[in-house]
Write a protein that binds this ligand. Structure first.
Ligand SMILES: [Zn+2]
Length: 126
C-alpha cells in the first residue's frame, strides 16, 4: 500500500504515513465522532413531516431553511410537504372536475326546463 498524498510505501496496516504524516483513511471512531458533532436536534421528525403534510408551503419553507443545518429534520418536512402537495393537487383536480360536471348538468337542466316551459306555453295557445 502507498500513501495517497506523497506516494511513499506504507508499512502494512499503517493509518498514518510516516513520511508526510497524513491519515490514509477515516477510522470508524472518527466517523462516529463526526456524527456526534452534528446538531443533536437533527433527526427525522414525524411531527414536522405531518406539519409539512398539513401545510405544504410551510413544510417547503422549513425544508429550504433547514436543509443545510439539520438535513434529516429538513427531509422530514420536505417529504411531508411533497405528499401534501400531491394530495392537495389531486383534491383540487377532483373539485374542478366536479364543478365542471355540475355546470354541464345545470345547463342541461336549464335547457330542458326552458324547452318544457315553451312547449307548455304553446300547448296553452300563448
Ligand atoms: Zn505520505
Amino acid at each position: 500500500m502507498f500513501c495517497k498524498y506523497c506516494g511513499k510505501m506504507l508499512p502494512e496496516g499503517a493509518d498514518i504515513c510516516p513520511n508526510c504524516g497524513k491519515a490514509q483513511s477515516e477510522s470508524p471512531v472518527q466517523i462516529v465522532q463526526r456524527q456526534d458533532v452534528a446538531d443533536p436536534s437533527d433527526r427525522p421528525s414525524f411531527g414536522y413531516a405531518f406539519l409539512g403534510f398539513l401545510l405544504p408551503v410551510i413544510g417547503l419553507i422549513l425544508y429550504l431553511v433547514w436543509k443545510d443545518d439539520t438535513p434529516l429534520r429538513a427531509r422530514s418536512c420536505g417529504r411531508g410537504a411533497a405528499v401534501g402537495f400531491v394530495i392537495y393537487f389531486l383534491l383540487v383536480l377532483v373539485c374542478i372536475i366536479l364543478v365542471i360536471c355540475g355546470l354541464f348538468a345545470f345547463s342541461e337542466a336549464m335547457r330542458e326546463g326552458t324547452r318544457m316551459a315553451f312547449s307548455a306555453l304553446s300547448f296553452m295557445g300563448v
